[in-house]
Design a protein around this ligand. Structure first.
Ligand code: 6PG
Length: 240
């Protein structure tokens, strides 16, 4: 990981502006823009900041929204990544339900992992045998997990599968996650990391010449760009 890939954003309003400019550029350049959203709590602040912005210059018809992972819960659960994105942003956007492809956490996990792979096959351009997202947004767990690829599951960065069932190591909660192979096929990957609790891990991740030790270390797009959007608290222990 190279600190040149780090962008420290002042606040979520500034980050939302950056996102909106990216969306305007991409949706006016391409007929389809496929984005995989991250889950957890961090994106909530970004979604809320985006909700207050003027989306008038975004070609909304080009957008196709997916998730990088989902908890195996009902779609109206407070645990659901889809439900939280819907409440924080999607319900306020002029976007049709046909452009939103949630992972159905209520389904039997293995069946849903297979179903979602089929959805990706139908809705996302395939390149190098994998769906190629225009953008995958990722979070970072304090144990170095990303999406729902937890420590010990690094083999998911070298699999032919596209979406799999995983399990949270502490809670045992089942998850559906895109694999690391698919994440690394994206044109752009953005880690969104905030809060002082992530500072020690970020400082370790960006130490030069260290060996890969966490799932996040394996996010290395083969034909794309990976950037880290980090707030000042999370960046507080970085030497950049
Ligand atoms: C999830 C996420 C997960 C998350 C990290 C960071 O479903 O929980 O996809 O990978 O991004 O755990 O979570 P926070 O943003 O809540 O710290």
């Amino acid at each position: 990981m190279n600190t040149s890939d780090i962008r420290i954003f002042k606040d979520f309003d500034a980050l939302a502006e950056i996102c909106l400019q990216w969306l305007i550029e991409k949706t006016t350049q391409q007929p389809v823009v496929a984005i995989a959203l991250s889950g957890g709590s961090t994106p909530q602040s970004l979604f809320k900041a985006l909700k207050g912005k003027d989306w008038g210059k975004v070609n909304m018809h080009a957008l196709r929204l997916f998730w990088g992972d989902e908890r195996c819960v009902s779609p109206d659960s407070s645990e659901s990544n889809y439900a939280n994105a819907k409440r924080a942003l999607l319900d306020a956007l002029p976007i049709s339900q046909e452009q939103i492809f949630r992972i159905r956490g209520e389904n039997e996990p293995a069946v849903e992992a297979a179903r979602y792979a089929q959805v990706l096959s139908n809705q996302v351009a395939i390149q190098e045998s994998f769906p190629r997202f225009d953008l995958v947004i990722l979070g970072l767990g304090e144990d170095g997990h990303t999406a729902s690829i937890f420590p010990g599951n690094e083999a998911l960065f070298h699999t032919r599968e596209w979406s799999v069932v995983t399990q949270h190591p502490q809670t045992g909660q089942q998850r559906i996650s895109l694999t690391g192979s698919l994440i690394n096929n994206a044109a752009e990957v953005v880690f969104l990391v905030t809060g002082a609790s992530k500072a020690p891990l970020l400082a370790e991740l960006f130490l030069p010449h260290r060996k890969a030790a966490y799932p996040a270390d394996y996010v290395q797009p083969s034909n794309g760009r990976c950037r880290w959007f980090i707030d000042p608290s999370a960046a507080s222990m970085l030497r950049i």
